[in-house]
Design a binder for this molecule. Structure first.
Ligand code: ZN
Length: 220
């Protein structure tokens, strides 16, 4: 299966992608973590994008396209989280998958009111080891069960959050239209708790993905 997760920063894309990965066995590809890894490992790409990331700006299309292609080359069943971010990337992905099938099955759009986004992001902490996220209102410990330390991401501050939301709003409209025209877009209400949101996602996947996988098997 090939799935794309769309949604504002803080809409819970990463959490839901992890749950899908556990239940359906696809690889979770988080562009945010991939980029932060490049920065942490001080690769050539990492050194060139460090400043862009901490300001909450977009990394160039050519870099993220290249990173995602190297992953799609290795994994067939994936959940893309944080990519594509704009229409150019979506069109690039489509062309790439046309030559390297399977193509996308489902695109989820997690929808959340702006005030919830701000509340979630300003209290968000990320584990520096496993990238799991927590909210200070619900999780009071300073460490993750994996042993990692919980840190505030450099782009989760009020000024940057506002800027990231402006960037997001500008980019999401054309993306939404693009996938809607392909009949692949499934909007999901993301303000109903992790379990409620995942239940909606599972219903879609069970209806769309599983039948499409079973048909070729039965035909054999
Ligand atoms: Zn952890």
């Amino acid at each position: 299966m090939r799935i794309v997760m769309l949604g504002a920063p803080g809409s819970g894309k990463g959490t839901q992608a992890r749950l899908i990965s556990t239940k359906y066995g696809a690889v979770h590809l988080s562009m945010g973590s991939m980029l932060r890894d490049e920065v942490a490992e001080q690769t050539e790409i990492g050194r060139s994008i460090g400043g862009t990331l901490s300001k909450g700006d977009m990394v160039s299309d050519s870099i993220v396209n290249m990173l995602i292609e190297s992953q799609l080359h290795s994994y067939e069943s994936v959940i893309l989280d944080g990519y594509p971010r704009n229409l150019e990337q979506a069109e690039h992905l489509d062309e790439y998958l046309l030559e390297h099938p399977p193509r996308l099955d489902v695109v989820f759009l997690l929808e959340l009111p702006l005030e919830s986004v701000i509340r979630r992001l300003s209290g968000r902490r990320v584990c520096d080891r496993c990238s799991r996220t927590y909210h200070v209102d619900f999780y009071r410990l300073k460490t993750c069960p994996c042993g990692g330390t919980l840190i505030r991401r450099s782009d989760d501050n009020p000024t940057t959050i506002e800027h990231r939301m402006e960037v997001y709003k500008k980019e999401i409209a054309p993306l939404r239209n693009f996938y809607q025209e392909q009949d692949k877009l499934f909007p999901i209400i993301a303000d109903q708790g992790v379990e409620g949101t995942f239940a909606d996602i599972s219903r879609v996947l069970d209806g769309v993905i599983l039948p499409s996988i079973k048909v070729p098997n039965q035909a054999k």
